[in-house]
Design a protein around this ligand. Structure first.
Ligand SMILES: [Zn+2]
Length: 258
């Protein structure tokens, strides 16, 4: 494994543990992946099937080609690997994908309601969230995966009707932030709706708030904080020392292989 591959696999492992720490685990379900452009085409680094998000080490991260075929690592791929491969195919700007079944956002996927701009959390999604509703079943074929990517469109997140969420980021740090922030925004909305009439942030202010709150320069700080939280919670067994910041490498790290 190259140093970049090891770093990507380690970042995917930390991401799983961070998501689990914040309650996004569901049995052995849910997955995180990262994409690197390498000689010979894109490489996708994705958690293997069969273990929980909080159990992933770098050794549990498979190397896949752009079509989801396993080219490295031990263990089986998740059945829904097409969620990742088809989103990467559709979005050159995406370097990491998270699919989970978080409580509040999954509940939002099951009702006729939209995300409201109630707090800074929702402002991470200035163009809203997509909704995929072709099926509530598992996403098992490239055709259905491509339909999820279409429902995502240019956005950061898509709700999978009656199923869960898929979020993307330019790298693993951003994808984790997006997954945690979507869940927090919907949780906040759930509480706010019980308190009174909603008073959303005016639409005219959302773009400016987004720019001031969600800056690339903040992400390493957040990542290192999450890693410390995972360690304090004792969820770091099997993980190496250090924080392994998942930065997109020079040259953008992502190169389309098509
Ligand atoms: Zn799922």
């Amino acid at each position: 494994m190259s140093a970049a591959s090891t770093a990507a696999a380690t970042a995917v492992a930390w991401a799983g543990r961070i998501l689990a720490l914040y309650g996004q685990g569901d049995l052995t379900l849910g997955h995180v992946s990262a994409r690197l452009g390498e000689r010979g085409g894109d490489r996708i680094y994705m958690k293997r099937k069969g273990i929980g998000l909080e159990e992933v080490t770098a050794a549990d991260v498979l190397t896949l080609d752009a079509n989801g075929r396993k080219i490295g690592g031990a263990g089986a791929s998740h059945l829904e690997v097409v969620l990742h491969t088809e989103v990467y195919r559709a979005r050159e700007d995406v370097g990491a994908v998270v699919h989970t079944h978080p409580l509040y956002a999954t509940a939002l996927s099951a009702v006729a309601a939209d995300l409201q701009y109630l707090t800074h959390d929702a402002v991470l999604f200035p163009d809203g969230v997509g909704i995929f509703e072709d099926t509530s079943d598992l996403v098992l074929t490239p055709e259905v995966g491509a339909a999820v990517a279409k429902a995502l469109g240019p956005r950061r997140a898509v709700l999978l009707r009656n199923h869960g969420v898929l979020v993307v980021g330019r790298d693993v740090r951003w994808a984790v932030l997006t997954a945690l922030t979507l869940e927090r925004a919907v949780r906040m909305q759930t509480v706010a709706e019980s308190l009174g009439i909603l008073r959303p942030i005016p639409e005219s202010m959302i773009a400016a708030q987004h720019a001031s709150k969600y800056r690339e320069g903040f992400l390493d700080e957040y990542w290192e904080y999450w890693v410390r939280c995972v360690r304090r919670a004792g969820l770091d067994d099997g993980m190496p020392r250090g924080s392994h910041r998942p930065r997109r490498p020079a040259g953008n790290g992502v190169r389309r292989s098509r």
